[in-house]
Each structure stands twice: as C-alpha cells, then as structure tokens.
Design a protein around this ligand. Sequence first.
Ligand SMILES: [Zn+2]
Length: 384
Amino acid sequence: MVTSNKTEFFDYLVIGSKEYLERDKKYPYPDLLRHAMNSLALEIKQSIPFPKTMNGFLKLLEEPVKDWCPSSFIPKEFDRDFGLMDEGSLSEEANDYLAEVLLEKGGIPEYARASIKQLAIDNSKFTKTLDQLRDVYNDIDSEIAQQEYLSLRRFLIENPYTTPSQIRKVFMRTKHISTEEVGELYEECQDNQTYWYCDRCGVLTEKHGKLKGLKPRLCGNHHKDQSYVHQVERETGLLQIKDGIHQRVCFPGIPELNLYSALAELTEKPPDCLQQVKLYPGLDRYDLQLRFSDGTVWAIDIKDVRDPYKLAKSLKPLYGEGSLRYDESFYVISDRCMANYPDYLEILRQAAKQLPNATHVVSEKSFKIRVNDKIAKLQKGGTI
Ligand SMILES: [Zn+2]
C-alpha cells in the first residue's frame, strides 16, 4: 500500500486504531494499523524509542501527538496537544476527527470506509427522515411536520436509552414518521451488561469501573455518586442510541433543550412580556425563536462545539425569511464550552465580524441576562 501524502498515514492510524479496539484487540492487527505502524517506525521522532509491544504502542498513542509524530504527518484539523487514545479508548479529539473530518474527506480506501461508514449511515437515516418532513413541510402539512420533527428530535435527545414499546407509544400516531424509522436510530443492548447515562452528555461507557462520556473535556466527572449520573433500568428489549446520532443529535441537543426549558418558563410569568419560545422553528433552520410583547423577534442558534476555531469556520448568518424573520440574532455558546475555553468569545467574535449582518456572540449566562433585561424594560413600558 502506498500513501500518496503524509497525513494519509495519520488517517490510517486513526481508523486502524478504531478497528483494532472494535475487534477487542484481537489478532491479527487491522491492515491499516499495521501499515501505519510500519510508516511510523521509520519516521518516529528520534528521541522516542519505537515501542516493542502492542500495549506499549497503544500507550504511546495516549501521549500528545506532537511529542511522537513527525509534524509533517499531523493533519491541520487535529489538535496536536492531544493524543489518539485516552485510557484505552479512542480519544475525544480522535473521535471528532473521525466524525467531522474523515467522513468528509476523499482519499480514504474504500475498504477502510467500512469502519467509519457506520457513523455516516446512522446520520443518513436521521437526515432521510428530516428530508421527508421537509418535503411535507414545504407542501401542505407544515404544522404537522413541525410537530413531528419536534417529537422526534426531543425524543432522541431525552432518550439515549429506550425500548420498542416506548417508541411505539410515542410514535404510534405520527403521520410522517414510522416507529421502524425511529427504531433504526437505536441498537440492541446486551442482556448481561450494565448501562449508564449522564443527564448532561448522554451515553456513558464503563471501563475498569470508571465511567466515561463522549466528550470528557466538556463533561468529565462521571462518578457514580453524581446526581446526574444514572444506571439504566433493566428492561426487555432495551435499546441504546447509535453512535452517530448520539454525536450529532443527542449530545449537542442537551444544552439546546435546557435553554429552551429555562426560557419557556419565563413565558409563563405574567405580564406576558416574553410571549412565545419556539423550539427548532422551520424544522431546525435555527434553534430558538423568541417573540416579545412589543413584536420584537430574536433568533438563536446554540453552539456546543468545543473548539472555537472550528466553530469560527462554520459561522453564517441565521436564515430569516418568512415566519423565520427576526430583529436580532444570537450565537449562544453553551456554558460547558465556555468553561473549557476561557477566550472562547473573543476568538469567535473576531470571526463573526465577517458576517454580513451582525449576529451577537454571547455566552449562555449573559444571554439569559439579556432576556431578563428585555423583559424588565418591557414591564416598565419601554423598548430596547
Ligand atoms: Zn456527562
């Protein structure tokens, strides 16, 4: 096998390691991993002795890549301060790289795609259902399509684990979403295993008695005594959300639903200054639409991306046509991202300056203060 460029070696190393872990570290080693190890043995930084055993090699992968990998081999999308592995599993950075970069990238051998294609298949099932609803939305049934979209999305965020009977109960009467379609977004759990989940980040995996979530840097403390960590009740036919859906829908959806609930509570308070909070309007053209008693409309997109530079590249003005029109728009950064990266807002604001119409970039905390200030001014009879 010949690699046409140096970062391909790195891709093989990530995919190969993933395959190896999925085979429960059984012999023979995946071709890609073997190939990547051979290349690395020739090119590894001279100060580092090449590990003699597979376990030693996996331990090396836990070290920051900049410490052992030649610089020209590290793709620019991978943060070199992090390792490929973390406590015996693929690291958060490596998982993000697989899901966000490799899936989009060409040049991966067809057979290697097999190991990452599952993530793509999971996502394509969700996008297929979403596309069906979009068709209906654009035709006649826009209200029903919106309601059913909301039920599906909320269900996936709120239920990292479920059962076929719960799915039937919720989706028995939906017109455009079948119970089979929802079932395909989950996979069966094993009978003899204990499962755990976190209210803040969803599915947890247990290794040597320690629980770990999808993104330990955003949600890291999963001691079994924490009030937000739960053991899943054993039920017949227990299902767990598929990886791709957990990554793309469930995990980022948790701060979205939390902010929605906090704001929806404000609509119940007299004298009705915040009149309506709409979740995922227009089938998720943005996350929340707030309507105030003076007729002002705010549009909000909640962002839960760990790396501000990564997010900065994808910023664009929020869609604002028809019923999605707004007076002010906001990118609201989740509290857990802010806590993880103190300069987050500064970095993002620089990038947001390029946007044609001003979208405010704020933290979750300061956004809630803004909403309360707006309500207070409306109560006094003024406008802002
Ligand atoms: Zn968590």
